[in-house]
Design a protein around this ligand. Structure first.
Ligand code: NAP
Length: 317
């Protein structure tokens, strides 16, 4: 099976290239960071915003599966590149899906989307795939555009098989910034407990993403049509639990706990919700991240028979 992994130089794509290349014919792409390392991965430079080179690559590889990991996670606040996430996560995803279907209509197109498509202000329960998406920031909006354009390609018969993965914030042993934001002060000088610290969040070990992709490719006939899955570790983590696991892992030199009293936290949340338009999106999104549960239902993923065996405990210890 020929697999094309875009964003093969990135955090997730690099692991997928390593994991899948011993058993599949893998072509990985990069933009600015040419990966070193030996074959068997065939490396190609690709700018997904360049339609001619996208077409050339699909003509050359005609992949049986595409794992589209190339994306822009950080949104530039100023300057002419403010719409970059839209062009890369949205527009270019449509182009890649179109070319995938053009050169191999039965191609399985896997799109790494994000739980940010659900947006803020969600109910006090875990969010399921069929829940409405109301992203507030550019990141979630552009990812949702990518999802919608792929759905439209399937509806128009230009692509038959699309698997959208809404990833919870990822981590691995060497990269935990997504989690540290919730439990450490900026600079990492101190753990911080917001309110009771019992807020919970879904997170996703990068190793579980690789296991999931192996699971999908082993039974790819089950993933026909247009399907969407939340991808997260088997259970969410409370902030208190994360602090405990971080402490026990010895990753940080011992440092004190600061506590933010619940009253102060609630006032901050109310203020963030009422903030004037310009600053509201990022402030509210930050407030949601530290004040409330952000849990995504993994039942649909578990219903496939897949078990995410990696967790904060197994990865960080
Ligand atoms: N990591 C997470 O916590 C998380 C959570 C939810 C969703 N996701 C999604 O999962 C995907 C992969 O995430 P990641 O953490 O691996 O991201 P990452 O480490 O930032 O990697 C992004 C990749 O995209 C490539 N890229 C960026 N712009 C490109 C362009 N114009 N043309 C071609 N390639 C381009 C980069 O290439 P170079 O580095 O070579 O320039 C890099 O390989 C992203 O779409 C992200 O939105 C990630």
């Amino acid at each position: 099976m020929r697999i094309l992994i875009t964003g093969g130089s990135g955090f997730i794509g690099s692991l997928l290239c390593r994991t899948l290349s011993p058993r599949f014919e893998v072509t990985g792409t990069f933009l600015r960071h040419a990966p070193g390392g030996p074959p068997p991965v065939r490396w190609r430079r690709l700018d997904v915003l360049d339609p001619a080179s996208v077409e050339r690559l699909f003509r050359e590889v005609a992949p049986d599966a595409v794992i589209h990991c190339a994306g822009v996670k950080r949104v530039p606040l100023f300057g002419k590149n403010r719409d970059l996430p839209r062009r890369v996560n949205g527009g270019a995803t449509e182009l890649l899906g179109f070319q995938a279907g053009r050169f191999n209509p039965r191609c399985l197109f896997v799109y790494l989307s994000s739980v940010s498509v659900y947006g803020p202000g969600h109910p006090e329960r875990s969010l399921r795939e069929e829940d409405p998406c109301r992203p507030a920031g550019m990141s979630g909006t552009s990812k949702l555009e990518g999802e919608r354009s792929l759905r439209s390609l399937v509806e128009r018969g230009m692509l038959q098989n699309v698997l959208v993965l809404r990833l919870a914030p990822c981590y691995d042993r060497t990269w935990t910034r997504n989690l540290e934001r919730r439990i450490l002060l900026p600079g990492g000088f101190s753990y911080v407990r917001y309110g009771s610290g019992e807020q919970r969040m879904s997170a996703l070990s990068r190793d579980n993403v690789a296991d999931w992709m192996e699971f999908v490719l082993a039974g790819r006939d089950r993933f026909g049509g247009f399907q969407v899955y939340n991808l997260c570790d088997e259970r969410p983590y409370s902030f208190n639990e994360m602090i405990r696991i971080f402490r026990e892992s010895g990753r940080k030199t011992p440092c004190p706990d600061l506590s933010v009293p619940p009253g102060l936290l609630h006032r901050f949340y109310a203020l963030a919700k009422a903030w004037p338009r310009e600053g509201r999106v990022s402030l509210r999104s930050y407030a949601e991240k530290i004040c409330r549960d952000m849990v995504y239902a993994g039942e649909k993923m578990l219903g496939t028979g897949f078990r995410p065996v990696h967790s904060l405990e197994t990865v960080l210890r």
